[in-house]
Ligand binder design. Structure first.
Ligand code: FES
Ligand code: FES
Length: 155
């Protein structure tokens, strides 16, 4: 299989890359762009650790073939709160919604995407938006509370 040229925008910066056709977007983000805030866990679309925002929607970047990201506009955890922590990140800290932290970047990206579209979500809407993000540590209650709190901080 031949390598593929792709051009994508990540956190507002354009990158022109040549990638193997079987590379994933997650591999591009972590291994080619050195943006290691996005985590890999299951590698099968089950856990949400690799969540990024692509063209306004959350995706599991481990499932996106790199060639499909050609022309895409992507935001990773490094792209939010560039002037300091994003309100969602602050709320996660204040509400003790982080333990090992491995799920946190993906959780935060799902929450940011939700709040961009729905600034005042109900608890059910928050749970639905985070349903693809698994956490082994926190039991979710503090994560939900952090998202509710950040909704108040943001708007
Ligand atoms: S690493 Fe992508 S969903 Fe688990
Ligand atoms: S804080 Fe450890 S997996 Fe969520």
């Amino acid at each position: 299989m031949k390598d593929v040229d792709i051009s994508l925008k990540v956190n507002g910066r354009r990158y022109d890359l040549t990638v193997r056709p079987n590379m994933t977007l997650l591999q591009v983000i972590r291994d080619r762009l050195d943006l290691t805030g996005t985590k890999e866990s299951c590698g099968m679309g089950e856990c949400g650790a690799c969540t990024v925002i692509m063209n306004g929607r959350t995706v599991n970047s481990c499932l996106v073939p790199a060639p499909q990201a050609d022309g895409a506009d992507i935001t990773t955890i490094e792209g939010i709160g560039r002037a300091g922590l994003h309100p969602v990140q602050k709320a996660f800290i204040e509400e003790w919604a982080i333990q090992c932290g491995y799920c946190t970047p993906g959780m935060v990206m799902s929450a940011v995407c939700l709040l961009d579209k729905n600034p005042q979500p109900t608890e059910d809407e928050i749970r639905e938006a985070l349903s693809g993000n698994l956490c082994r540590c926190t039991g979710y209650a503090k994560i939900i509370k952090a998202v509710q709190k950040s909704a108040g901080m943001l708007y």
